[in-house]
Ligand binder design. Structure first.
Ligand SMILES: *Cc1c(COP(=O)(O)O)cnc(C)c1O
Length: 370
């Protein structure tokens, strides 16, 4: 059985985690949150990405909340987010009292459509929030250009795309603020929760740092500059991420190699109703490898029979979710979000898959279409 969500993602790091917990639990001078390891991880990621400021926090959702809040977005403001995505892109905006405006996605890449996004920008729009999805980064050069020309902020949801590079610039660096997630199955996932905000803007960085810890500045305890949150990173997770960091590039490369192999094997199946993500390395992230399949349920059943786990992401677009249908603009439709909700099917791309397993998965997909 090749499970879609592998239970052994951190098997090789088990001893390291136990050592970390023992050290933290027995040392006299260790803080359990926002301590030395968190600061060291922030420095290491700043060095690796070139971001001027890196602020670690409790989750990707926390990172989005801190970003939206740092821009002082609230009631009366609008933020444009993708209609087909993870729900935090909408909830973090709605929870601050701002209006969520859903943009449709591209029918092939499944990321937010820049043209539709721009058509939704109005007087009240304060920010646009493209998200990288599955295997492909959003068209950040265009979103950057639109944000600058229309004078709105750009929040880049790079939750799934840490380490990906588009035109020489890393995911998370394109936005005024960029966020990543350490949720276990994400590119730089961890054995727990965590996230980060990247920004080059010192004012925004100060706001995010204060907001993550009840509005305090890290020096004066119980002096609250802002109404903030508890969105802090555990030292145990920060240490674990420092332990995992040297292997990160290698794991990303392994994912990309598996994707290259899949793309080569599936390139001839377009006329049979299977569209793989566009091949190549520029702007690719390979969080998962998501196919678009007309006969999705049949392929899924076929792979299940062959003991290959698959996953369907976001089967119902955000504007049709009970949580958001009341706030989604009436009369508007998101046909491409509907289409990709009905057609996407992700197959395993974990870095610790063996070559034989990868070959077996590709063979099985190809056999279905023969
Ligand atoms: C996972 C994810 C998030 C949220 O990250 P968490 O760490 O799970 O809170 C936000 N946006 C996207 C696109 C995601 O995939």
């Amino acid at each position: 059985m090749i499970p879609f969500f592998p239970p052994d993602l951190f098997e090789v790091d088990r001893k390291a985690m136990l050592d970390i917990l023992y050290q933290l639990g027995t040392s006299q001078d260790e803080k359990l949150i926002l301590g030395k390891a968190t600061a060291e991880l922030e420095r290491a990621i700043a060095e690796q990405t070139g971001a001027r400021h890196v602020i670690a926090c409790a989750s990707g959702t926390g990172a989005l909340t801190l970003s939206v809040h740092a821009l002082d977005i609230g009631p009366g403001d609008e933020v444009v987010v993708p209609a087909f995505c993870c729900q935090p892109v909408a909830s973090t905006v709605a929870n601050l009292g701002a209006t969520v405006v859903f943009a449709d996605v591209d029918p092939l890449t499944m990321v937010m459509d820049p043209g539709h996004t721009e058509s939704l920008i109005g007087d009240r729009t304060r920010a646009i929030m493209p998200a990288h999805v599955f295997s492909i980064m959003a068209d950040m050069p265009r979103f950057r250009e639109i944000a600058e020309r229309r004078s709105v902020a750009l929040i880049e949801d790079a939750a799934v795309a840490q380490g990906a590079v588009l035109d020489g610039l890393q995911a998370g660096r394109w936005g005024d603020l960029g966020v990543v997630s350490f949720f276990q199955v994400k590119a730089f996932g961890t054995a727990g929760e965590g996230g980060m905000v990247f920004t080059d803007d010192t004012g925004l960085a100060t706001a995010v740092r204060q907001l993550r810890n009840h509005g305090q500045d890290g020096v004066n305890r119980f002096l609250h500059h802002r109404v903030g949150y508890n969105s802090r990173l555990d030292e145990a997770i920060a240490r674990f991420q420092l332990h995992r960091l040297p292997g990160f590039a290698g794991r990303l490369e392994r994912r990309a190699q598996i994707a290259d192999y899949y793309s080569e094997r599936f390139s001839g199946l377009a006329d049979r109703g299977l569209t793989p993500p566009p091949a190549g390395r520029n702007g690719r992230c390979y969080y998962v490898y998501s196919l678009l399949v007309e006969r999705r349920e049949d392929l899924r059943a076929y792979l299940t029979e062959r003991e290959i786990g698959t996953h369907i992401y976001y089967p119902v677009p955000l504007p049709r979710q009970p949580a958001f249908s009341a706030i989604a603009a009436p009369g508007r439709s998101w046909p491409n979000a509907e289409l990709v909700s009905a057609r996407n099917l992700a197959i395993p791309i974990w870095p610790h898959l063996s070559d034989a397993q990868v070959e077996y998965i590709a063979d099985s997909v190809c056999e279905f279409f023969e």
